[in-house]
Design a protein around this ligand. Sequence first.
Ligand SMILES: Nc1ncnc2c1ncn2[C@@H]1O[C@H](COP(=O)(O)OP(=O)(O)OP(=O)(O)O)[C@@H](O)[C@H]1O
Ligand SMILES: [Mg+2]
Length: 368
Amino acid sequence: MAFLELVDLDKRYTQKGNLIVKHMNLSIHKGEFLVFLGPSGCGKTTTIRMISGLEEISGGDILINGKSVVSLPPKDRGVSMIFQSYAVWPHMTVRENIAYPLRLQKVSKKDIVTRVEKAAAAANIMELLDRYPTQLSGGQRQRVAVARAIVVEPQIFLMDEPLSNLDAMLRVSMRSELKNIHESLGATSIFVTHDQSEAMSLADRIVIMKDGLIEQIGTPKDVYFDCESIFVASFIGVPPTNFFHVSVLKDDAGLLLKSQDVSYRVDALEEKMLSPYVGKEVVMGVRPENLEISDTFDDNTFLTTHADFIEPQGSHIIVISKLESSVIKISSSKLELQAKSLIHVSVKDRKAMFFDKDTEKRIRLQEE
Ligand SMILES: Nc1ncnc2c1ncn2[C@@H]1O[C@H](COP(=O)(O)OP(=O)(O)OP(=O)(O)O)[C@@H](O)[C@H]1O
Ligand SMILES: [Mg+2]
């Protein structure tokens, strides 16, 4: 059974306002580490604030362990939240900060002492307990916020961009610590971020949101290799997926995808998938690392162009080329490639995704 369930969850901030979160359905398993990823304003914070009880819902339901919690106040939901601006209280020592939620719960003094020390040990701040927040670095303050969130031994741990105020190095080390803490507590966590590398490295499953809707839910591998929509294919991956608007043409040899710039002979499996689109346009998506550069033209050549710019990345290069109708990026290991040279580009191992131009959703093989 799902541990945390969102059922047709709706949110509008004013009576007549637009739906900010639209009929969201989501089942989260116990112990799972889920990451919400999506552009600014898509409703990530709103959703987790509704789960924590800090924000009222406008429709639908939120179930924890099979029971609706929407009428419970935040403190009775077994949920802890860490915010982006880690909000530790400056006038309290670290120890008092961590103890605060336990004092609200009227936990005994003796238990407070032991639980604060346990949480501080997990967040690795034992030696900072008697300092004030102003005497701490950003990363240390963030750990205080973590300790304060875990001290209540939450069933569900909600983190809203908890690392965004930290520098790049600290972000990476704190994120593995947060994952460790999640695992050692056996908690169920939702982590919100803009940062896809953070999402990829932390998540059991990623929920990709856009305009208050879930675009795709899947493992990091799924959302990268098996995108449900143009949005997901363009949002995940750096550099992003290259897109080509191609016409689906039928000739004696089968199906051919063609545009001003490209030409792609379809194989049997792709033909099955694309045959309803003969005479129409589809959008073809190919990731930069799935385009292959060669010096010679052959049957597999997808497009011929010039390597207009080359961006060395150490282990590989990014080749940027302006086509008639778009700019493409190719990730290549041909470190010796010279800018301006003529290149023939093919698609590796049929690693192309096809999308419906109107719905922008992935075209899949229809089950017979
Ligand atoms: N208290 C509020 N009153 C009215 N509208 C709000 C309120 N809080 C958020 N919104 C709107 O709801 C939408 C979703 O906001 P939300 O903060 O959930 O986005 P987000 O995905 O967390 O974005 P970000 O990545 O920038 O933090 C936005 O359009 C925002 O302007
Ligand atoms: Mg937010």
